[in-house]
Design a protein around this ligand. Structure first.
Ligand SMILES: C[S@@+](CC[C@H](N)C(=O)[O-])C[C@H]1O[C@@H](n2cnc3c(N)ncnc32)[C@H](O)[C@@H]1O
Length: 208
């Protein structure tokens, strides 16, 4: 938040919208990188990629970047040597930008509030900047972990403001009741949107 304790209007429209946000993200795609990185000090992508790289050392692993947006995460992972990255998003505007990065083997449209039909499961999954407010929500985490091979990791960020406002800690405390086939490996606090001083929590999940 800024000195006046107000949330940036670009973030506010995403945080408060409970309806279909596809259109909102389609429209944001062209200025997203500049807005987030230059103005809002977005570092969640960097922090989450560092966590994934520690867990997944095999650079040939098949990785899904769920809610890939313009491809910041895919670009980082590709630069770190990962060769098999797919990306999904419900916004075609975002997917078009992600394609331009050449970081992804496959890109496809998918709404994370719905299960994902897969030909083969992924060895790892990363979802950055997607979970927190409204949808997708805690209830949809299973759609991610359903995409994983046994022992595969999912690295999922949760916006720190949403963590507090939407009482994610309570749900996390009850995690094993909701997801008996998933291990909550760890929760890590990261810097997230540095300009507004919003931190984030990273859920590291492992398919059992
Ligand atoms: C804040 S952006 C983060 C993008 C990217 N992961 C990054 O770190 O820059 C959130 C992304 O999640 C996508 N998204 C939001 N809700 C979604 C849903 N229910 N299903 C699929 N994608 C969704 C948006 O279209 C947008 O591209």
């Amino acid at each position: 938040m800024n000195e006046k304790n107000e949330i940036d209007p670009r973030l506010k429209s995403v945080y408060e919208n409970k309806l279909d946000k596809t259109d909102l993200y389609d429209k944001w795609a062209s200025t997203y990188d500049e807005d987030l990185i230059n103005d809002l000090g977005y570092v969640a992508d960097q922090k989450a990629c560092e966590i994934l790289s520690e867990l997944v050392t095999d650079t040939s692993a098949y990785i899904l970047d769920a809610g890939c947006g313009t491809g910041l995460v895919g670009g980082r992972l590709r630069s770190a040597g990962y060769q098999n990255i797919d990306g999904s998003d419900f916004s075609t505007g975002m997917l078009a930008k992600a394609k331009d990065t050449n970081a992804y083997n496959n890109l496809f449209q998918h709404d994370l509030t719905k299960p994902l039909a897969l030909k083969a499961p992924y060895e790892a999954l990363i979802a950055v900047g997607v979970f927190g407010f409204n949808t997708p929500s805690f209830e949809h985490l299973g759609h991610l972990t359903d995409c994983l091979v046994l022992n595969g990791y999912a690295v999922v960020t949760v916006n720190g403001k949403a963590w507090d406002d939407n009482n994610w800690q309570k749900r996390i405390n009850e995690f094993s009741l909701y997801y008996p086939n998933v291990q909550l490996h760890k929760v890590v606090t990261i810097e997230y949107l540095t300009t507004d001083g919003i931190d984030g929590q990273v859920l590291v999940l492992q398919k059992k």
